[in-house]
Design a protein around this ligand. Sequence first.
Ligand code: ADP
Length: 592
Amino acid sequence: MKHSRLIIARTMITLFIALSLVLTGCSDSGVYNDGIYSGEGSGHHGKIMVSVTIKGGDIDSIKVVENPENKVLSASAFETLTKKMISTNSGDVDAISGASDSSRGFIDAVEDALSQCRSGELVKSDKKNSDLIVQESETVQNYDIVVIGAGGAGLTAGVTAAETGASVLIIEKMPAPGGNTLVSGGEFNVPGSWKQKEEGVEDSIALYMEDTLKGGDYKADPALVSILAENAIDAAIWLKDDIKLIFDDHLFQFGGHSVPRALFSKGGSGEQMILKLIERGESLGMVLKTNTKALSLIQGTDGSIVGVKASNLAGQDLRFNASKAVIIASGGFGSSLEMRNKYNADYGDEYMSTGQPGITGDGIKMAQDVNADVVGMEYIQTYPACSPKTGILSYVADNRFFGAILVNKEGERFVNELGRRDTISRQILAQTGRAAYLLWDSNIESISGMSSQYSSEYNELDADKLICKVESLDEAADFFGVDINTLKASVASYNKNVASGEDTQFGNPKKRGIIEPPFYLEKVAPSVHHTMGGLVIDTDAHVYDKDGNKIPNLFACGEVTGGIHGTNRLGGNAISDLLVFGRIAGTNAASN
Ligand code: ADP
């Protein structure tokens, strides 16, 4: 039904475009024939469709007709590309970094449309792309608080500070805000939530704290973990009541947690959270500047931090003074090969990253330049189930949390699928081809709904031949060249165990058999996902120097900090961390 509606919609769009062409006719006065033309390109999540209007032989406007891409990233990228294309009268422009797949799809779609109406040799307009770059009229600006990084932590801190009436600037080096939070699953752990009460789940701050400490091999700072556990509920209520985040109605249990305690943002990603935080911040007068990169912290003669030096796309040298405080919220260093190799070469060149390209440890380096201390830098986490082609985390593979099992090329199970991320990742890398195959059936899929919720990812995996949906285990094994006899024996033995109430082989607590066709088999491999180490902070989010003193006026929150997750961050704890410590940093910076 849904599918046929889509076909009707597409047919209508095509008819509309064809009709418009007939009505507008063609002119060959400029580079292109006048009219409205449709074009298609492949983005990160599927097909992007545009309609390009040519007037007087030039590109007049570009409309996006179909867009499966991340809304925050693509909105800013498409707007910039459209301006560039109209100003240069050409589809031949550079992709926007940080949204390169979406940009590529958009550029290809526009080029596809233009290829249908090109009437002569392309002469590029002499308007320069640089005309489109925003110039700051003042290169020195004054605020109460300057925040570096517009991911979840920076936006939370900025909004919280702005709620007190402080003037807040957030600078973001990428073209779009959101950081890794934007591309996350948008889930976070909260003991004692309204949802747990509804579902009768018994939980406590102490149990959440113990799970988090244990999950990080007791290497985390218990004082920080205690703050995380105690304040998660207030942060969730703030998101619900003040930020107006809409929650999904299910509760989730990630590996390493004793009970289901993760709340979910509706939409299954961090997109809603980022959009709503920006909306709230802007309503409070918070200023957000993208394409603006922090370069260094400015220190007063007494050693206190008084501002940030930055640069923008226009190449201006900027100075943002902060009368109260600077908050570093620039994320981890998962996308910096140099830093991964420096702090733990085991997670160097062999791994791709699930993170966005801006997560390169800038805030850590800037703070180290003013003598800040770091902790746990060698603790780098990999996520077990990512695309072996792009390194991007696979949400379709979240079927693992609903009973899917992992097998190797030889058809054998080799790990508890709901064990710790680091253990599963290590085990996968020890298998043939450094990859594994996740297997589930239609019963598990109907409970999880993952393949339809993340349908664009599913289609992409399908196109890349990284997933199959087939009627028999024989076909699934054949698709990836997995040993069929051993696979069948592994599934039979697992199903027998499940029927008797226990997975005696690896102790997967989910206990759901792989029985009902169609069967799904997805190839997965680990990618670097989170860097647990970072700046040393206290429970007030103050940054400390190597001599154990507070660096005056300097706060940090989110993945840039260390000490909260020990050796290994549990699923759903990144957002709990950035919300709790983002709110603390924002409050304390404002009252500094
Ligand atoms: P967290 O989860 O801690 O909020 P995110 O990865 O979500 O971390 O966000 C960190 C943000 O900081 C990213 O959007 C990243 O592009 C931005 N960032 C990193 N380095 C800089 C820098 N030097 N200047 C401005 N923004 C930065």
